[in-house]
Design a protein around this ligand. Sequence first.
Ligand code: NAD
Ligand code: 89V
Length: 343
Amino acid sequence: MAELRGALIGCGFFAVNQMHAWRDIEGALIIAICDRDPERLQIVGDQFGISRRYTDAAAMFAGETLDFVDIATTVGSHRPLVELAASHRVPVICQKPFAPSLADAKAMVAACAAAGVPLMVHENFRWQSPIQAVRAVLDSGEIGTPFFGRISFRSAYDVFSGQPYLATGKRFIIEDLGIHILDIARFLLGDVSSLTARTARINPAIAGEDVATMLMDHESGATSVVDCSYATKLAVEPFPETLIEIDGSDGTLRLARGYQLTVTGKSGTTARDISPPLLPWASRPWHNIQESVLAIQRHWVDCLVGSKEPATSGADNLKTFALVEAAYAGAASREPVRMDELL
Ligand code: NAD
Ligand code: 89V
């Protein structure tokens, strides 16, 4: 099979994981990289042996023939870079959070649709193998029809040391982390019709909210609670595990700390350790996230080769992004927000 020729824009903290994953994927090769910071360009270029290096994305699109581009910059640059890729008719992956606002996100989806180029948001948490295992239990029918879910991420891990920009934005936990957990709720329980939210800032040294609690009505009739915190000091730090409780008409499932999955259903009770693999280039505790990077990038290659729409396409991600907007609006007004008013 001919290899797809890709380029990566943004050689920062998280892009290193993406570069490792691209090296593990047959059928795709990163042939050029871009970062406006020459130091980051050199570090990543040298680490992964990439000689074609650019400090300007427009120059890279002009100078290279690409089958796709992988945008791993922070959110402020996503819209201009996605629109630049679309103008060159290059299929594009964009990191989360997709955009600074829902209006920008809609414009980016429209630009790619008009250019006829595939667009995938790098919304990787649903690709973690424990989350996929939970989805497989639901799909098996073992616990019947879900009527309640709790998707929870509570931690006191110092995310600011690796990602200092997270301490400075007016928006923090919902935009950065909650977006993943809201996407998992959609992935497991389906689309949402209304959302109620409350937020708090416990850490006085940061600008945004570090605690968020969201109550959602799903179109299926199920109710879920998504709760996120970076102010929760526990005996054992669970970062970056997402814990899940789902109750169905015929049973329950619980994904507990340490990746312990207990299912009580039509065939009785089973308990399994579903710890994610530790890839050779991965390191604890990030290995859970790192394996999902490999999985989502493989999925992208499969979709490009097979002309299929990615699970977290731009169009799909608008529904997750709208939950973020609804959560901020609902926390400010203390009123429920109807999703059909945003989408
Ligand atoms: P970072 O600041 O460490 O890296 C971003 C890099 O992009 C920097 O080197 C910067 O110089 C470069 N850059 C910015 N604008 C540019 C432009 N216009 N052209 C070229 N280069 C440009 O940030 P990070 O922590 O690596 O985060 C990057 C993105 O990844 C963010 O959107 C973040 O939310 C996301 N992220 C995702 C996950 C995940 O699991 N999906 C985890 C961590 C971070
Ligand atoms: O996945 C992310 O987007 C990261 C973290 C897990 C630290 O929130 O920013």
